[in-house]
Design a protein around this ligand. Structure first.
Ligand SMILES: Cc1cc2nc3c(=O)[nH]c(=O)nc-3n(C[C@H](O)[C@H](O)[C@H](O)COP(=O)(O)O)c2cc1C
Length: 143
């Protein structure tokens, strides 16, 4: 299968989403693709322009039972416009993500992205959930 160029961008306060990004990056690389993992504050514009697939992740902010939304959405919006890029939205949460992943997908679509998948990952099960999601998203991107 043709290798793809992937960039994984993350916004993380306590390290969970960064860890998810690194696990996603590892799974993408293990499938024979090129990958760069970057915090939102350190994006390489050329690398992003050359990417075939971009993962964008942040944490779930909310009141556990309601009010779920992408954490630090302003920082997510600070990344360059993603016109015509295939984008995967990912998040990490503690107990209940509500509809935050769909909201992150909406933020990214507002940023020009073609969102092909969106999911929140439980911070206690990142080892399993992050690589599984990455492989599923890659398959969707290649379909
Ligand atoms: C202000 C605040 C609100 C949060 N709200 C929720 C929530 O509604 N549901 C949930 O499952 N986790 C919630 N969390 C937990 C975070 O989403 C979770 O710990 C996440 O993995 C943090 O990511 P980070 O380590 O990358 O910053 C909240 C955390 C904070 C700080």
């Amino acid at each position: 299968m043709c290798p793809v160029n992937v960039v994984v961008i993350h916004q993380s306060r306590t390290g969970n989403t960064q860890r998810a990004a690194e696990l996603i990056g590892g799974a993408v690389e293990a499938e024979g693709n090129t990958v760069a993992v970057r915090p939102v504050t350190n994006i390489d514009f050329k690398e992003l322009a050359d990417a075939d697939l971009v993962f964008v992740g942040t944490w779930v902010d909310g009141l556990i039972l309601f009010g779920h939304r992408p954490g630090d959405a302003g920082k997510v919006r600070s990344i360059p416009k993603l016109w015509d890029k295939s984008v995967v939205a990912f998040m990490t949460h503690a107990v209940n993500p509500g509809n935050a992943a769909a909201k992150l997908a909406g933020v990214l679509e507002g940023h020009g992205a073609d969102v092909i998948a969106a999911r929140s990952l439980n911070r206690r099960r990142l080892d399993v959930e992050a690589p599984t999601f990455a492989v599923e998203a890659l398959a969707t991107a290649r379909a």
